[in-house]
Write a protein that binds this ligand. Structure first.
Ligand SMILES: [Zn+2]
Length: 447
C-alpha cells in the first residue's frame, strides 16, 4: 500500500566536526633533541642489550594479542553464518524455536536453544525501551499497553498442526486487477504489489489452514475487488459465524435486512462515494446498521482480519516490515482532516455523524506487535528503519468490528526487500511468522 506519510523522514547530519590543533614551541624542542642525542651516545653495550631484550618481549606480547583476536573473529564469523542461516529455517525448525518470539516487547532469559539465543541477541543489540517507544504515536496514549510488560509469556515450543483450530482468519490480499497497488520501477513497472500480495496471502492461507484455522480469502485471483466489496464480504462472513454460534445480538430478520444491504455493496462494487458503493459504510462516524454489525463482531473474539500489502517509499530510503492498525482516535483524527481538506466529503448528501468510540484499540495494537515481532524475529532483514507498528485510518480496518491489522510485509521499492520477497523460502517464513503472530495474539488474550 502506498503510504505517503512513510516518506516523511528526515536525515540528520552529524553536527559535530572534528577539531585538532598543535602548538609547538620550536626552540624548546631543539634543545630536548640535542640533550637526547648526547645521552644516547653515552649508552653502554649492556644498555643496548637490555633494550633489545625488552623489544623482543614486547614483540612476543603483540603476537600473542593478534592471535587471540584472530581466534575470536573466527568464532564471530561462525556465529554470524549460523545467524544468517536461521532466516531460512524450514517449517519444523521454525516451530521448534518459536519460543524466542515475543522478545521485541517482552525480553525473556534462559532456556533457549542456540538458535533462539542468536535471534534474541540480535534483538537486544538495540535498546528495547527505545524500540518500544517507536510503537507509540506521538498523539497516542501510551498507557494502554502497560499490561504487555507483564512477564511470563512464551510461545510454546513444538506447536502442533492443530494449534489454531477453532479460530477464523479473514485474509485480504490487497489490490488486484486494474488496481495494481504500488509498482516497481516507478516509471516502467516490472513488479506489481497485487501479485506479491496474492502469492503471500495464499501461502499464509495454506499455513493457517494446516494448523487447523478456518480461513476466508477475500480475493483468490488477479481480479479487481472493490474495497467495500471486501468489507461487505467480511460482514457477511461474520453474520454467518454469529448465527451459527447463536450469538446474534439482534433478530434473524434484522440479520437478513443487514445481509441485503451488504449485498447491495457487492453488486455495485464501486469504491467512490458518488456511486454509493460504500453502502452502509458511507459517511464519517458509524451509522446504526454498522453499529449493529460492530457490536456483533466485537463478540467474535476468535475471528481476526488480516490485510496483506507491500509498502513503497518514493525516496527509497525506507525498508522492512510495518503493521498498521486502527484506533478510535486515529480514525476520528483522520476523518476530521479529510472533511476539512477533501471536497468529496463536503457534499451535502455526505453523512456526517458524531465521532464513534468503541473499537478494540488495545487488541488491534497487540495484534500489530505480535505480527511485527514474529516477522522480524524470523526475518531479521525485515526489521524496519521506519515506524514498526502504527495507528492510521485504513477503511479495511475501520469499517468492521473485528480485531485486525494491515501487514505491509516489506518495501517493494527497496532492492534488498524486493530480492527477498521474490524467494520462496522468504514467503514461507512470512507465512509461518504471520501464523505464529496470530497464535501469539490469541495466547496473550487467553482466548
Ligand atoms: Zn497496498
Amino acid at each position: 500500500m502506498k503510504n505517503p506519510k512513510a516518506s516523511l523522514t528526515a536525515d540528520f547530519e552529524d553536527a559535530y566536526g572534528s577539531q585538532s590543533s598543535a602548538v609547538t614551541n620550536e626552540p624548546q624542542v631543539k634543545a630536548k633533541k640535542a640533550k637526547a642525542k648526547k645521552k644516547r651516545s653515552g649508552d653502554s653495550f649492556w644498555t643496548r642489550m637490555l633494550i633489545f631484550i625488552c623489544g623482543a618481549l614486547v614483540g612476543l606480547g603483540v603476537f600473542a594479542t593478534v592471535m587471540y583476536f584472530t581466534q575470536g573473529k573466527n568464532a564471530d564469523t561462525k556465529k554470524e553464518t549460523k545467524r544468517n542461516s536461521s532466516s531460512y529455517r524450514t517449517s519444523s525448525d521454525n516451530r521448534s524455536s518459536s519460543g524466542s518470539r515475543g522478545d521485541f516487547y517482552r525480553p525473556k532469559d534462559e532456556d533457549d536453544d542456540d538458535d533462539d539465543a542468536i535471534i534474541r541477541d540480535r534483538y537486544n543489540e538495540k535498546d528495547l525501551d527505545d524500540d518500544f517507544d517507536d510503537y507509540v504515536d506521538d498523539d497516542y496514549d501510551p498507557d494502554f499497553n502497560s499490561d504487555f510488560n507483564d512477564p511470563g509469556y512464551t510461545l510454546p515450543k513444538n506447536i502442533s498442526d492443530e494449534d489454531l483450530s477453532g479460530y477464523t482468519i479473514i485474509l485480504d490480499p490487497g489490490h488486484g486487477g486494474r488496481d495494481t497497488g504500488c509498482v516497481f520501477p516507478f516509471d516502467y513497472p516490472e513488479y506489481n504489489e497485487c501479485d506479491f500480495n496474492l502469492r503471500i496471502a495464499k501461502r499464509v492461507e495454506q499455513e493457517l489452514t494446516s494448523r487447523g484455522a478456518t480461513v476466508h480469502m477475500l480475493r483468490t485471483d488477479n481480479s479487481w475487488v472493490s474495497l467495500y466489496n471486501r468489507l461487505a464480504q467480511t460482514h457477511l462472513i461474520c453474520l454467518d459465524i454469529a448465527q451459527e454460534q447463536g450469538i446474534l445480538p439482534f433478530s434473524e430478520d434484522r440479520a437478513d435486512e443487514l445481509r441485503d444491504r451488504l449485498w447491495e455493496s457487492i453488486y455495485i462494487n464501486e469504491d467512490t462515494v458518488a456511486s454509493g458503493g460504500m453502502g452502509i459504510m458511507v459517511g464519517s462516524g458509524v451509522g446504526e446498521d454498522l453499529k449493529d454489525l460492530f457490536e456483533m463482531e466485537y463478540k467474535l473474539e476468535k475471528v481476526l482480519f488480516l490485510s496483506i500489502h507491500l509498502n513503497s517509499s518514493e525516496s527509497r530510503t525506507l525498508h522492512g516490515n510495518q503493521i498498521f492498525y486502527v484506533t478510535d482516535d486515529s480514525v476520528i483524527e483522520s476523518e476530521n482532516r479529510q472533511m476539512y481538506e477533501n471536497s468529496e466529503f463536503q457534499r451535502s448528501d455526505f453523512p456526517i455523524r458524531d465521532p464513534y468510540y468503541g473499537r478494540k484499540n488495545d487488541d488491534n495494537y497487540l495484534l500489530g506487535c505480535c505480527l511485527y515481532d514474529n516477522i522480524v524475529g524470523n526475518i531479521p532483514a525485515f526489521e524496519t528503519n521506519g515506524t514498526p507498528v502504527k495507528a492510521d485510518n485504513y477503511a479495511v480496518l475501520r469499517e468492521h468490528g473485528l480485531t485486525g491489522a494491515l501487514v505491509e510485509v516489506a518495501y517493494l521499492s527497496d532492492d534488498n526487500d524486493r530480492a527477498l520477497l521474490l524467494q520462496d523460502q522468504i514467503v514461507d517464513q512470512v507465512a509461518y511468522s504471520i501464523s505464529d503472530g496470530v497464535k501469539m495474539y490469541f495466547l496473550q488474550k487467553d482466548i
